[in-house]
Design a binder for this molecule. Sequence first.
Ligand code: ATP
Length: 206
Amino acid sequence: MIGIFGGTFDPVHYGHLRSALEVKEIFGLTEIRLLPSAQPPHREQPAATALMRVRMLELAIKNQPGFVIDTRELDRAGQSYMVDTLESFRLEFPRQPLLLFIGSDAFKNLTTWHQWQQLFDYAHIVVMTRPGFKLQELDDYFTAKKANQIKELTQAPAGRLFFQPVTQLEISATAIREMIAEKHSPGFLLPEAVIEYIRQHALYEK
Ligand code: ATP
């Protein structure tokens, strides 16, 4: 199985990295693809350039077996829609189960995503929840897709919905950018090599 973990990564931090590592181990993924987004349809533009966000990811995952940076959304011109991205993954991996990981906040808005129902044609969706998270009533569409065991995800290449608790560190890229703008240290929230890169390039400073 291949995992897809999308984000702006502006910058990547231990919140992302810890959950990526946990799901890689829990689902026995051969690869976890970190997928930096080009022009996020839902939000304002990133502060760092695409190249810089990729460079920070490279520094962060150096020597992490199975962690792969996937730049397909950056290589494509214009808006990135997840449904197009998953279609392109499916062409590359015709038979393997693909797991799209999203946070529970993103899941709440899933039905606003472009062609959201088609996402299930290409991948399973795994919602990363906080431990102890109480699942709200799912509507019939999602209830029909819900899998209760990981084994069910290995039995089809796409089409199921799964909820997986992961450790969620209280870290956000927004808070890190604000700290740096205020000349406070973001130490221990993200890898030292990434902090060093940010410093060298005077990223996120006012
Ligand atoms: P920003 O603060 O700029 O919105 P962010 O820190 O939330 O950024 P994104 O790059 O937008 O990071 O997040 C990408 C993915 O990582 C999302 O699926 C999100 O749910 C997940 N994620 C973000 N922060 C954490 C965290 N602290 N712990 C676990 N997952 C996280």
